[in-house]
Ligand binder design. Structure first.
Ligand code: FAD
Length: 108
């Protein structure tokens, strides 16, 4: 099986970067495809227990992927990552810093 920590760091880099470079004003089709991508991702992520918890998280109506804008998606991914941080006993990240960390590439 893959190294769950290394896989996690790489995947979060990908997901936060994807959100940071997502359109500020996405089309209806981009929104549908992005929400679908996140759902498909949750079925293929190769840490099965991680993927299962992530599916349970996004299945709650209040946690549905927010794809209406770059800001909304970046904050949504930040919240999803914080959910995992809480579960693992890691420090929560201040989501007001998403742009500084993931668009301006500052370590925070
Ligand atoms: P990471 O948590 O990988 O974070 C990398 C960097 O992202 C941090 O250094 C920080 O700069 C930044 N960051 C941290 N939090 C946020 C945030 N909320 N918003 C924006 N930026 C942030 N591991 C398990 O053991 N069990 C699991 O169930 C599990 N589920 C996972 C589910 C998913 C969808 C993913 C992608 C990963 C999961 N992982 C899980 C892996 C875990 O989240 C970490 O990636 C791994 O433990 C390595 O942690 P880390 O301390 O190096 O930093």
């Amino acid at each position: 099986p893959p190294d769950v920590e290394e896989l996690g760091r790489s995947t979060w880099t990908f997901l936060h970067s994807m959100a940071a470079y997502y359109p500020e004003n996405p089309t209806a089709m981009e929104q549908i495809e992005t929400a679908q991508f996140i759902r498909t991702f949750s079925k293929l992520y190769p840490c099965w227990s991680c993927a299962e918890d992530f599916r349970k998280f996004i299945a709650k109506p209040e946690n549905a992927p927010r794809v209406s804008s770059r800001e909304a998606l970046s904050r949504w991914i930040c919240g999803a990552h914080n959910e995992v941080n809480r579960k693992l006993g890691k420090q929560e990240f201040n989501c007001n810093l998403w742009k500084k960390r993931w668009l301006e590439n500052d370590e925070c």
